[in-house]
Design a protein around this ligand. Sequence first.
Ligand code: NDP
Length: 297
Amino acid sequence: MTARIIDGKAFAAILRESVAEHVSQLKQTHGITPGLAVVLVGDDPASQVYVRSKGKQTIEVGMNSYEYKLPADTPESELLALIKQLNLDPSVHGILVQLPLPQHIDEALVINAIDPAKDVDGFHISNAGLLATGQQAMVPCTPLGCLMMLREYCGNLTGLNAVVIGRSNIVGKPMAQLLLRESCTVTVVHSRTRNLPDILRGADIVVAAVGRPLFVQGDWIKTGATVIDVGINRIDQGDGTTRLVGDVDYDAAKEVAGAITPVPGGVGPMTIACLLANTVTACCRAHSLPEPKGLAA
Ligand code: NDP
């Protein structure tokens, strides 16, 4: 069996088109332009790339993009003051603080200072709680993107055995909550799990968010399973070059799985597209307008 390749790039392009249509409708019908503020503290090169890409895509779908680049030694109080200002700004519907933050800044304090209604990353403790209790929340972008792709490729997820590898607050836990909401039977495995390969062998859906290159072996995958690889790992090829790989041994897994996301080109592109979708959702909620279909969880 050779798996269907889940093309996250194509999927993200379709989602961005849908976001752009909704943005255009909001402008024409209500005179509202959704706005996303992205705050970057310091000069981490990877973060700079992400922020640039987010800003570019925000503008491409017709939204307003506000970028705040602060020096690495910005005092925590100054960052909190900026967030307070953005919380009060009616032209800003989404606020994203690029992580990681410099060590002298308390990440949790900063994230929880964002108005939960503008927390388009879905990391605020209120949004985590709302999601966990099955209420309307802002859903973290990466798991939201994974869910959208799973719905597309598996159809109805009810009753399927889903195994999530990893229990981080930004991927593993919200992913498990979303799959529970879809009535999957969900198992979360982590570094202390016993017999992990055996647990995976019973999974109809595998979501790997481990951060270990090629961790999931082909013979851990059930025939026909759908595999979503969240991992992004850069490995040395031994000849002075590097390449990006996921958490799944893709070459082996694709011979067994029914469908699989590649790395790069799978989950990654969906994450920013979902950030844009969340900003439109936040904008509609802020103006008590009906939420566009297909953009939220
Ligand atoms: P974290 O490091 O926060 O969490 C990793 C999880 O994997 C932990 O729960 C850890 O378990 C578990 N784990 C580690 N080693 C093992 C092991 N040997 N067996 C089983 N479980 C293990 O990572 P994130 O959730 O933030 O990210 C995971 C991956 O996803 C990374 O590669 C990251 O780069 C990528 N990522 C990709 C995104 C995208 O847009 N595509 C977005 C966000 C992340 P324990 O809790 O016990 O330590």
